[in-house]
Design a protein around this ligand. Sequence first.
Ligand code: GLY
Ligand code: MN
Ligand code: MN
Length: 435
Amino acid sequence: MTQNEFRRRRRQLMRMMGKDSIAILPAAGIKQRNNDVTYPYRPDSDFYYLTGFEEPEAVAVLIPGRKQGEYILFCREKDEEKERWDGPIAGQEGAVAEYAADDSFPIADLNEILPRMLEQCERVYYAMGCDPELDKNMSSWISQIRGKARSGVHTPQEFIALDHYLHDMRLYKSRSEIAVMRKAAKVSAAAHKRLMRECKPGMKEYQLEAAFLHECSRRGARQQAYSPIVGGGNNATVLHYVDNTDKLESKDLVLIDAGCELDYYASDITRTFPVGGTFSKPQAQLYQLVLDAQLAAIRQVKPGNAYNAPHKAAVRTLTRGLVRLGLLKGQLARLIREEKYKRFFMHGTGHWLGMDVHDVGDYKIDGHWRQLEPGMVLTIEPGLYIPLGSKGVAKKWQGIGIRIEDDILVTKTGHEVLSADAPKTITDIEAIMKT
Ligand code: GLY
Ligand code: MN
Ligand code: MN
């Protein structure tokens, strides 16, 4: 992402904020794993979206129309000794020269400088409840300012949730965001493809996980967007199975839900395939049904359609198929109305995708499903889950969990499947598993 893109985003946000306002965004904190070991640092998505700044201990401030500069970055001071251990620190000069801040101060001076900035503003855009430390400071700054009211100091009158504006911006992906997401999906698709080639009966689930991580890493995507799920047989019926420790059996399917993060953008792909390379008849029947539902849902992804149109299509196809296979009994419309399919398909058909795997952005506006628009990216991921021991269900269907998940960009004319490189038809999967 170029500095120009970050600048454009700040301008867009500041235009929405208007004069006499201030936005305050903290960087993510460092999380301690134990003693002096920390978790790998990942910038907060909102903060990074506006700044492109990857260091912790920073606060970004936007004040539209401020004469001395609209974008102020509080960050760490340069420290040669520390930099020898942990690598370069941008410091105040770097914040201005490399990150296009109009002005920069040491983070240690926040307490002294920020209240004076607050005094100049009517409206404060701030995401309360996300950073307890800054929340505490914020309320103490505001009460300090109130305390000075008699000496003519002005207190801001309005507090506005910053996340709402920002998240609406993040929902519409720019050309360069789409390029990164396309690349992330391609990396993950290549990794899924490799797993289809390498999977052999007797392997452990974590060996497939390891191959997935290796393939993403060697292609430059060294973080995952979430913990990979590799579930063989009945494990695939546990939606958030992440143990990945069991042996893969020839007779079973394996479900892999895994996606890398690239340059802070997520991919999220699920593929399900037979460990032994060939679908059994019941496996193929259920798999084809999920695939038909997924394709029906993807067809609904186009501008002007409601966000839940794909889900409705998936539910309809799945329910009809479940009746055909004898897993549900009754009249289609009624089964749908009474949500009987939920016994086997209990989650939504997708979610927004972006910097976060379950990305930000409202799904409804004024109580109505929002319309899909070009630039939005969402997943389409119907599934069927039939655990062992399911009462009243024929044995042949039990111990099968199937999900097929792709990443879909809404385009002007319809959609683009960003993850199309990962095979998903029965023919293509069986063919690639033979190679
Ligand atoms: N991998 C998380 C999800 O599919 O939503
Ligand atoms: Mn997903
Ligand atoms: Mn997923």
